[in-house]
Design a protein around this ligand. Structure first.
Ligand SMILES: [Zn+2]
Length: 116
């Protein structure tokens, strides 16, 4: 019985080592899950209301609903999640300009641009 317990502990340690050694794999799994959550959120009334309003979160301009895209404030690739607090409507140009920057980086870059 004691031997069995030891074996389980050893097995758990190997498993945790495996996951620690491969953070990229678990991260892509997480992103896949968050994308799935985002897809479900797109069908909610909460999101439809935002699309119908058509106001871009970044530039504040009004766009036709067909042009509004779902944007993650903190990108999934940077650890962001598909939650209502992290998802905003964005126009095509703002969504494209943003790329993989976090909000803090965007503020920094904005300052850089105005300094030049
Ligand atoms: Zn915009």
């Amino acid at each position: 019985m004691l031997l069995g317990l030891k074996k389980t502990l050893r097995h758990n340690r190997i498993m945790s080592e495996y996951y620690n050694l491969d953070p990229e794999l678990s991260d892509s799994k997480r992103i896949k899950k968050e994308r799935e959550k985002a897809r479900k959120l797109k069908k909610t009334q909460w999101w439809l209301d935002k699309v119908n309003k058509g106001i871009c979160h970044y530039c504040g301009k009004k766009y036709p609903r067909t042009q509004i895209t779902m944007d993650h404030i903190v990108p999934l690739a940077r650890g962001g999640a598909s939650t209502k607090g992290n998802i905003v409507p964005a126009c095509p140009s703002c969504n494209r300009d943003k790329k993989l920057e976090t909000p803090a980086e965007q503020i920094l870059n904005k300052h850089k641009n105005t300094d030049d």
